[in-house]
Design a protein around this ligand. Structure first.
Ligand SMILES: [Fe+2]
Ligand SMILES: [Fe+2]
Length: 218
């Protein structure tokens, strides 16, 4: 009996230190590995400073003009992308809302031309990488869903991402125009900002009142 108890005690005392040891080591290892990459990331950041192009904006007016060109491209691209969303939508309510916003978007393109005129700059489009990406994502969402309620819910989600991007852009452009003393441009941009907010709200309303519920039942 005594020989049976002894090894059991020894086993216990042996186990305890082996359990503690790796925990301590692991902790020191973790702390060390946590500190090292932070230092490395900091060095990487400083070496990744973006080099400005020779034609980089010299001031807020240049930045304002550049961003106007960017959203001009985006709105034009949307006049081609929205019809594709309309063709893929099933809900009559959604089709109507998209048709209405297509018309509004076409007017927004013309309104931007008025903004360019108001500030005395030739209307010019510059590729908007963000909108190109959002439009590509909308296509992916449609490919990833069967035509019907679920695709409709996806089209709304893609549409709202677009609206939010536009709300952010026009909000900034309005603020730039105001501070630059371009009151006419600010008023025009503010009209568009209101339309984008309205479109976003309309999409939320359609999704929450019917499409999301029907898509759940699919
Ligand atoms: Fe728009
Ligand atoms: Fe819009």
């Amino acid at each position: 009996m005594a020989t049976k108890n002894k090894p059991a005690k020894k086993a216990l005392t042996k186990k305890a230190p082996t359990r503690k040891a790796p925990t301590k080591k692991a902790a020191t290892k973790k702390a060390a590995t946590k500190k090292a990459p932070t230092k490395k990331a900091a060095t990487k950041k400083s070496s990744q400073g973006v080099k400005a192009k020779p034609d980089a904006a010299k001031g807020l007016r240049d930045l304002f003009e550049n961003e106007l060109k960017d959203i001009y491209w985006a709105e034009k691209a949307l006049t081609k992308a929205i019809p594709k969303m309309i063709k893929n939508a099933s809900s009559e309510e959604l089709v109507d809302a998209l048709n209405e916003h297509l018309q509004v978007t076409e007017e927004q393109v013309s309104r931007l031309e008025e903004v360019f005129e108001a500030i005395g700059v030739k209307a010019q489009a510059k590729k908007c990488e963000a909108m190109a990406g959002l439009i590509k994502e909308a296509e992916e969402i449609m490919q990833d869903t069967e035509k019907g309620d679920v695709r409709d819910a996806g089209i709304i989600s893609a549409g709202q991402k677009v609206e939010h991007y536009e709300i952010a852009t026009y909000g900034t452009l309005c603020a730039f125009a105001r501070i630059l003393g371009e009151d006419k441009a600010a008023a025009l941009l503010s009209d568009t900002l209101d339309e984008e907010k309205e479109a976003d709200e309309k999409l939320s309303e359609i999704a929450e009142s019917s499409i999301n519920i029907e898509a759940m039942a699919d």
